[in-house]
Design a protein around this ligand. Sequence first.
Ligand code: PMV
Length: 361
Amino acid sequence: MKATAIAPANIAFIKYWGRKNHEQFLPLTTTNSMNLAACTAKTTVEFSADYEADEIIVKAPNMEDATLQPQDGDKTAELFKALDRLRAIAGVNLKAKVLSELNFPYKAGIASSAAGIAAFTAATLEALELRDQLLDKAELSRQVRKVGSVSAARSVADGYTEAVLTAEDDCYVRQIAPAEHWDLVDVVAVVGAEQKSISTSQGHLLAETSPFLEARVRYLQEKVIPSLLNGGNPDNPQKVDRPDAVKEAILEKNFNVLADLAEADALNMHAVMLTSTPSVLYLGPKSLEIMRKVWQWRADGLPVFVTFDAGPNAHLITLSQYQGELLKLLKDESEVNYTIASGVGKGVQIVSEHLESTKNG
Ligand code: PMV
């Protein structure tokens, strides 16, 4: 019983921060993102009588192979819990060996957990032959979410995706547009790769201590006219909430509207983080320096905007034709250690080529 899946990381435009229900990993609002074609995790899961205990090994270009333990963190604990839960559903009693390989640096501010959790869930479902949970993308996204991450669930569908929160308190993922729809590029300016002081799992709990969390939810639910946000075409006067305004900007390929909405959302999320008790500070001086530069470059006419997840590294979003120009500008910035550029990618896929154990793994 062996299967392998590949899944991309993603970068959110409307971010998931704080939860409506912690046990169900239910977000407070709909969120959305684009998949990163160049940043993927490949995961092989094998259930066998040869194994005496579950084992999870992670490989990445910038580190020694790591064997994960349930006590390593909330996200890791969820992986071990998921093996038990899905084994029970499948009526299987065998222990598992999980090998996961990232093709991009671990802890570089790119959502390695999103790629890893999505690939892990799909490979586990395939290995256990739980095809009802695997083949329907919405159902697969719920399964990924239950392994502890809404952001990982967004990696299930292809291209631009949204994790929809329904009035019935369901949350599932669907596609906004396929990868080929619009050639956006995420250039990650890596300014530091220090360990996070507060994990995102803890951060979602702390969000409730911020006086601004309720205001954030209200802000995201407020109805706006996306086409008017940036002096765009007023022919479409329909008012929608901000996640839907982002969706509309993607569908209409309106870069300026997307830029305004996504930057505002990132700053809004970091305001909640900063005003939690204890304060959750992910941005550093170099992050702010890059943000200032991006604003200047945009004012000078380069279509680029910046967004940050739970870390100091800046995600600079541009159109593919401007990638070269942006990389040239970033070369002159002393704050930037290195860059990783990625176009928009497919979602999770089952593949036939498995990862093989090495002597360490
Ligand atoms: O998926 P989690 O639980 O690691 O939360 C991370 C959420 C952010 O990356 C900060 C934002 C997002 O929506 O991707």
